[in-house]
Design a protein around this ligand. Structure first.
Ligand SMILES: [Fe+2]
Length: 256
């Protein structure tokens, strides 16, 4: 209701700020940047690439939130290379070989790649055994792969043979990030009386904490006066692409 002393003020000249909102296969994306590209243009081929996982059918099971004393960019870099896996992740390294799989060519809106499960391993869980049926729709090949994708700026999408895990990163300070990790499963599995998911949740909780700890150490190391940046190896093309994306966007934002 308009106040009498504001009569004649055109309300349409003072609207709430518009917000871009769009969805992809069950995921909702909100973008506050008025210059943002449409979601479909950012995702490029991802909708086709991951159509078989039928993500919109999956249902939320559990969420864990982590406070990490590191800049969010360290966490993205860490997620996008596995050279640290044999040293940092003994449980994970029993399931996938860090040199397996393939990275896709970095895109403007995302980076990522796949890893193959070792022979005899069925999924990423504490014992490597499938505690649930495969997601319906996956090919024989897809049942033996795990896909790890960073959709810029703050979504990690990890697709497994029998579940989906997501991380969202929420920068709280230059050296502090809140990370929300969520596990989603197929409703047919969740409806079963013997449904269990601790094998997947606890496996990733353990692995998450290993990654957060090393990211915190990266933060501490870079803060040191003795820090000197080193070169990336040939197997670190994804962190390199991420760095370039950040630099490019910083340059663009300065031009505005
Ligand atoms: Fe890791």
């Amino acid at each position: 209701m308009g106040a009498p002393h504001m009569e004649g003020l055109p309300r349409e000249d003072y609207p709430l700020n518009p917000v871009n909102c769009d969805s992809w296969d069950g995921h909702l994306f909100v973008n506050l940047d008025p210059h943002s590209v449409p979601l479909a243009a950012q995702l490029e081929d991802l909708p086709q690439r991951f159509a078989a996982w039928r993500m919109r059918e999956l249902r939320f099971h559990q969420r864990r939130t982590y406070e990490v004393a590191a800049n969010w960019k360290f966490i993205v870099q860490n997620y996008n290379e596995c050279l640290h896996c044999p040293v940092l992740h003994p449980a994970l390294s029993r399931l996938t070989d860090y040199l397996s799989g393939e990275n896709c060519n970095p895109r403007r809106g995302y980076i990522g790649g796949s890893m193959e499960l070792k022979p005899g391993v069925e999924t990423m869980s504490l014992d490597g055994k499938l505690g649930r049926d495969y997601l319906p729709g996956l090919s024989k090949t897809q049942r033996h792969e795990v896909h790890y994708y960073s959709i810029f700026p703050n979504l990690f999408l990890s697709l497994h043979p029998d579940y989906m895990m997501t991380h969202t990163l929420w920068p709280r300070a230059v050296d502090r990030t809140e990370i929300v990790c969520e596990w989603h499963f197929h409703p047919d599995e969740m409806a079963k009386a013997n449904f269990r998911a601790d094998d997947a949740v606890e496996f990733w909780d353990l692995t998450n904490k290993e990654d957060w700890r090393i990211s915190e150490q990266s933060q501490a190391g870079v803060k040191s006066r003795a820090y000197r940046p080193g070169p990336y190896s040939a197997r670190e093309g994804l962190p390199l692409a991420f760095d370039r994306m950040i630099l490019e966007r910083e340059a663009q934002s300065k031009q505005r």
